[in-house]
Design a protein around this ligand. Sequence first.
Ligand code: PEP
Length: 253
Amino acid sequence: MAERPYIVGNWKMNGTRAMLSEARAIDRAAQRHMKVEVAIAPPYTLIHAVHREVEQIGVGAQDCHPGTDGASTGDISASMLADAGAKFVIVGHSERRQGHGESNALVRDKAQAVLDAGMRVIMCCGEDAKTRDAGKAASFVTHQLKDSLPGIENAADRLTVAYEPIWAIGTGNTASSQDIAEMHREIRKLLIELYGEEQGGGVRILYGGSVNPENAREIFATEEVGGALVGGASLTADSFMGIALAAGDMLDN
Ligand code: PEP
């Protein structure tokens, strides 16, 4: 477990202003558990409102455009997100890579735009079931990451990697502790190769894929797991903070 575990909620395409009460409840609970870093990425439309309502938790976005401004109808730039109160952006989520055909090169450009706008990056990676069944998960993920990550100074502060096997997202199936540990070790090796022992060694690697309050303890007990990126279970304060509390308990034991 990382010195300060990082628990991030990805609300995806969920949430109207009625969800602000949930954000406030998450924030209140996070104030009682400061040893865990808690953040949520609501949809674009709620970033500013959540930012204004909360005191403790981080607020971020789920994607951005790689450019700074201009004629790109319907897109949002990293600096616009920072202006709305975002402190980080998730890039390379499999729902973007698969559903919107995002290449590693585009994901890298988005990550660079996030860093240029002074925010932190959460870089997602993960293999599909076919790749895992073919025994190619580790080489796929390391290549995907290598091609998606920009050069970063102070990577330990500015970058988080989220390993999210696609077959585990929203399915109720989680990867085994052994599979998570093996993949996180590979990712750590790559981060040290790219950013050096100190910086690469300090980047938190999150696990994502059907994490809930019931399975969180076992996942957090796994080697090299620095927290979780949580989809479905982040939509209510009760289940999301159940996960954050499990991370806090690991620090105490
Ligand atoms: C995600 O999409 O980042 C995710 C981990 O979703 P879920 O927790 O619902 O599997």
